[in-house]
Design a protein around this ligand. Sequence first.
Ligand code: IPM
Ligand code: MN
Length: 355
Amino acid sequence: MERSLLKVAVIGGDGTGPEVAGEAAKVLNAVAGLEGIALELEDFDYGGDRYLRTGEILPPGALEKLATFDAILLGAIGHPDVPPGVLERGLLLAMRFHFDQYINLRPVKLFPGVETPLKDKGPDDVDFVVVRENTEDLYCGVGGFLKKGTPDEVAMQTAVYTRKGCERCIRWAFDYTRKRNKKKRLTLVAKTNVLTYGHDLWWRTFQDVAKEYPDVQPDYNHVDACCMWMVKNPEFYDVIVTTNMFGDIITDLAGILQGGMGVAAGGNINPEPGGVSMYEPMGGSAPKYTGTHAINPIAAISAASMLLEHSGFPQAGARVMKAIQIVTGTKMKSQAAGKMGYTTQEVGDLVVGAL
Ligand code: IPM
Ligand code: MN
């Protein structure tokens, strides 16, 4: 049998990041064996500890080295001794921007056996995907201070939107909605009634691109209304496409609907040929749980499933996704840290066993 090669860089990161990334790597190795994928994993120790030791977040040559991999699996970043923002900007956002990972893909799927805070809603009701633009908006770091530290201080933070940036994201979302082939509805979430320049560009671009996809129903929600509908009628949504900042906010809301941070995963995708994409569990580094074997690896394993799906191994990705649902549906007591009925490593073993 011809074996196709998949090279994955694993950045465990901080706190419980390495533990959950380790379980995801375990599952990747197992499914690669079953599916005949020649998998190469390499660990990188980037994160808070290394930064405190060396003063560097990404050492010289790191990005060039990472560029030689097909994909990156990230555990978590966030260190109690490093001020907030330093690692986020220096590692996570740095990679999103450097590798032009312009799609932030967040599947919002309630797995069997997983509790949702929504009354009377089940796996059939909570099953949609958020496509978040991942390189523009308020995340560009464009802004400045005037008269800093004085009573007359001015702070400006500029949202940047480009035609190219929103068009490539919107087009990818239409394609994805078509391929997903469920409700065939793409909802643009924005705030056109207030952001009359930036979101007017998004709105016009959405209308233009929609013409190329007559089989997909174009739909629109203001972001505030979307938050209400997502809680009241999550079953309405199929695919949502939205701007970077709004996408950040609504995917945390969506994450809790699907059972919380132990379950939610995301992909930072550069869909161009040769693009390097990065997959991550949405939960943080949860420092207080470090080494307790209590943290839930399902989100990280789910990120590994996405990695396979979007790196040319959809069958292997689907196999992992199915195994996850067997484990949440028939084994785990809860998705909350320390309440799973199993340790982190045991949950990883259960998923391997269900492959
Ligand atoms: C996310 C996170 C990041 C973001 C932070 C850690 C910079 O919240 O991936 O949603 O805001 O994008
Ligand atoms: Mn976020």
